[in-house]
Write a protein that binds this ligand. Structure first.
Ligand code: DLL
Length: 434
């Protein structure tokens, strides 16, 4: 039997859900126009009045919002509430430019926690569970987000944050952690470290599931995590600007549920900015329907995904998005060919001799782009025989060539050579930009 946190909302007939969204969208445009200097100016520049928005489809009349808007209005220029109504800041650093600051009212924190409580409940998290939060705590939203969501359900939170990996694993074993939340790359590192400690995640701990996200990861990596640890791996998605981690897969594992009473999803062709048909890949654009401190109107997230609108087998009527396949801006172009790090991961993970870590290095030698992939080998795959290594390199090169349609230099490196990340992992070094 599927479990629900709030069955009335989660199973609301699609027609009613649409009406609810319409009402909230109308309220939202009046709210932002009345409370944010930024939105009032942006609407005025586009000749939009709140009254122009009467139906859900009218959302397309509204101007987009971008991460740069948050940066340009640093730190709190887009906020709709005075400081007295704020109870929290989170700050995301990003790789370029100014940080982005997100503010929360008490209601925003409550709604954020409810979104996660719904997702966690949908895969069976309960009061009895010991929920280890190994996302970073602090300015990053992962730690506190997962913390509040699991505490809302009444699970016992073990707030380890990321890092001190050996201690985390010992605590996991000693306190009987049943659920973990961290980046998929950090969990791989935990598995690796636990082996060194002589602790088997499968046999010596009570871990049964994990919520992995905050960075792109493939279906193949999910299978590898499940195979190596014996747990169920669920996808968890969100961005700091929307609040933090917000949405998860349900037990059917056929997409991530986006809570439509709080968020309006559009999937657009990034070039034409027109909606793509249901089920086709495009850029995720989100409008927050109920946030108070920092509502976002048609926020261009740049993550690529597909929308599945029909009801899920679990009974929930809210739309789903498929696993994020990349970002429209994480594509690297090498000799005119588009390469996504996710394609490299999917190709490599099919090869049993390959370990869990790789790094793509792009450079320009003379006029020509070069691409090399440094690949850690599986612990058991190293051979003293040169001919074995040459064969393996050829096999990997062939797999990458057919996945990317591009010749790639393969460098096999020893297990453990690449640095391990405790949070989001870095998969590309593009020396051309340095
Ligand atoms: O990473 C929030 C989060 C924390 C999500 C913990 C899940 C778990 P940001 O630091 O703002 O927020 O980064 C958001 O990370 O636009 C995606 O590109 C990527 N991302 C997040 N979750 C996933 C996922 C948090 N499940 C950016 N799959 C997003 C793929 C993800 N990419």
């Amino acid at each position: 039997m599927p479990k629900y946190w709030d069955p009335e909302i989660e199973k609301m007939p699609a027609e009613n859900l649409k009406k609810l969204q319409e009402r909230k969208l109308k309220e939202l445009v009046h709210y932002v126009y009345g409370h944010s200097h930024f939105y009032r100016k942006r609407f005025d520049e586009h000749g939009i009045r709140p009254e122009d928005i009467q139906t859900l489809e009218d959302v397309r009349k509204l101007p987009f919002t971008f991460k740069n808007d948050l940066r340009d209005n640093y730190p709190t220029g887009m906020f709709c509430v005075p400081n007295s109504k704020l109870v929290r800041f989170h700050v995301s650093s990003g790789t370029t430019g100014k940080p982005t600051v997100v503010g929360y009212t008490q209601k925003d924190i409550e709604e954020w926690s409810v979104c996660l409580a719904r997702g966690f409940t949908s895969v069976g998290v309960e009061k009895d569970d010991i929920f280890q939060v190994s996302y970073g705590y602090g300015l990053f939203t992962g730690g506190l987000g997962a913390h509040y969501g699991s505490e809302k359900i009444g699970a016992t939170v073990l707030p380890t944050s990321s890092g001190s990996t050996e201690r985390q694993i010992e605590l996991m074993r000693d306190l009987g952690t049943t659920i973990i939340a961290c980046t998929p790359s950090y969990f791989l590192y935990m598995i690796e470290t636990s082996k060194k400690l002589g602790i088997s995640v499968r046999n010596d701990t009570k871990l049964k599931m994990g919520f992995f996200g905050a960075e792109p990861w493939s279906e193949e990596l999910k299978k590898r995590i499940e195979y190596e640890s014996g747990i169920k791996a669920y996808d968890i998605y969100g961005t700091s600007e929307m609040s933090g981690p917000l949405f998860t897969e349900c037990s059917e594992q056929c997409g991530i549920h986006i809570w439509a009473d709080k968020f309006l999803v559009e999937i657009l062709n990034p070039d034409t900015e027109e909606p793509v048909p249901d089920g086709e890949t495009g850029e995720l654009v989100i409008t927050t329907l109920t946030k108070e401190a920092l509502p976002l109107i048609r926020y261009r997230i740049k993550d690529l995904t597909r929308k599945l609108s029909e009801s899920c087998r679990c009974g929930r009527t809210h739309p789903r998005i498929t696993r994020i396949s990349g970002r429209s801006d994480d594509m690297i172009i090498v000799r005119g060919i588009n390469v996504f790090p996710g394609q490299v991961e999917s190709a490599l993970i099919e090869i049993p001799e390959v370990g869990n870590h790789f790094m793509i290095i792009v450079d320009r030698i003379g006029p020509l782009d070069s691409i090399k992939v440094q690949i850690e080998m599986h612990e058991s795959a190293f051979s003293d025989r040169m001919s074995d290594m040459v064969k393996l390199k050829k096999k990997i090169g062939g797999a990458l060539k057919s996945a990317l349609n591009l010749a790639v230099e393969v460098e096999l490196i020893e297990h453990g050579s690449l640095s391990r990340s405790k949070g989001k992992s870095k998969k590309v070094i593009d020396k051309r930009k340095i």
